[in-house]
Design a binder for this molecule. Structure first.
Ligand code: SAH
Ligand code: SF4
Length: 366
């Protein structure tokens, strides 16, 4: 697969690199259990997907548990560097080191809302897209996550949620990385979440900065997941300043691909918009955005920009956010201001990693 990862069949499963125990398919697990009855394969796989360690799977014979606990292919792919919990306890953020340790780091965020629990997962270490306001974009691309590393983030978040009596029901691909630049592996993970963890397609959301070939592949894929498009600007001039990929796929081309996605899947689209003072919070941008949102019948999510070190511009003031949202609503657009979850624990894309560069394991409760 090329590093852009946008070619090929959207339904193709890719398991080329083993990064986590969840990259083992049934055949590989069966090979580990060669001398055991066939039903052990399902037992082991189910136990792992419930977030249990091989040594804790008491429905397996003790000697087998001991052997599995040592098996190289069954080791976790994520090593905890840091865990932080927001003041209100409703947001938990993990910084993980990928395998082998000492190199790439990625983040996962678990968010409890009164009516649902959602996990935000990373799809790549770093990101090649270089959006100017984004801490992950400033890192550059490091590597794709394997499907198993993506699944492992969900499994671990789900186990944490279950321990406090919450059921994890939603997964959003809005952590580090561009999911549509790693679509083969993302799609393999989507299938595990859907087929094995029972999370329905309408509770899975892929966020993209606008990788048009990826949107086209998704429109033809076998599960109608939700699509969030990080638009951030409604004129090419402003968008190209914020999102370099805009030069490859101008707004007209992106909006056309979005329209086809909605048509093909029947799913509602959302447009993400990080409000940046004096850049994309102007009445002109609101009016142009309203035109696009109405065409696509899309919901607009507004979020004040989280400050990113190295990006001089700041988020819009609460009054400017309100005025921008009101203008959209007045123009007939379905728009909401998203709460800035976990600002006190750097829970915006790539920010915990940026603030924790080189630090040892630390557990923190704030
Ligand atoms: N690459 C994908 C998904 C990961 S980024 C994408 O761009 O959509 C997830 C979301 O966080 C995107 O909407 C992105 O624009 C937003 N984001 C990145 N940096 C941000 C910041 N400093 N403040 C607010 N939102 C930010
Ligand atoms: Fe990559 Fe998304 Fe950040 Fe842009 S906003 S650099 S696409 S992670």
């Amino acid at each position: 697969m090329s590093s852009s990862g946008t070619e090929g069949d959207p339904n193709r499963r890719s398991l080329t690199v083993v990064g986590s125990r969840f990259d083992l398919d049934e055949a590989a697990i069966a090979a580990l259990l060669a001398d055991e009855p066939r039903y052990r394969v399902r037992q082991l796989r189910r136990g792992l997907l419930e977030g249990r360690e091989p040594s804790d799977l008491t429905d397996l014979p003790k000697a087998l548990r001991g052997r599995l606990a040592e098996a190289p292919g069954l080791q976790p792919g994520l090593h905890l560097v840091h865990e932080s919990v927001s003041d209100d306890g409703e947001t938990v953020k993990w910084l993980w080191e990928l395998d082998p340790p000492g190199r790439e780091r990625v983040e996962t965020v678990l968010m409890h809302y009164p009516e649902r629990t959602t996990v935000c997962v990373s799809s790549q270490a770093g990101c090649a897209m270089g959006c100017t306001f984004c801490a992950t974009g400033q890192l550059g691309f490091e590597r794709h996550l394997t499907a198993g590393e993506i699944v492992e983030q969900v499994v671990r978040a789900r186990a944490t949620a279950a321990a406090s009596g919450r059921r994890l029901g939603n997964v959003v691909f809005m952590g580090m990385g561009e999911p549509l630049a790693n679509l083969d592996r993302v799609w393999t993970a989507v299938h595990v979440l859907h087929d094995d963890l029972g999370i329905s397609a309408r509770h899975l959301t892929i966020s993209t900065v606008g990788v048009v070939p990826g949107i086209q592949r998704l429109a033809a894929a076998d599960l109608p997941v939700n699509l969030a498009v990080s638009l951030h600007a409604a004129t090419d001039e402003v968008r190209n300043e914020l999102v370099p990929l805009g030069r490859r796929y101008p707004l007209a081309v992106l909006v056309e691909a979005c329209a086809r996605y909605v048509e093909a899947t029947g799913r509602r689209l959302s447009l993400e918009w990080a409000l940046i003072a004096g850049t994309n919070d102007t009445p002109r941008q609101a009016d142009a955005l309203a035109g696009i949102a109405r065409t696509l019948r899309a919901h607009v999510n507004l979020i004040p920009l989280n400050p990113t070190p190295g990006f001089p511009t700041t988020g819009s003031s609460p009054a400017a956010v309100r005025a921008f949202c009101d203008r959209l609503v007045h123009l007939g657009v379905n728009a909401t201001v998203r709460r800035n979850r976990g600002t006190d624990i750097d829970a915006a894309c790539g920010q915990l990693r940026a603030s924790m560069a080189g630090s040892p394991v630390r557990l923190e409760r704030r």
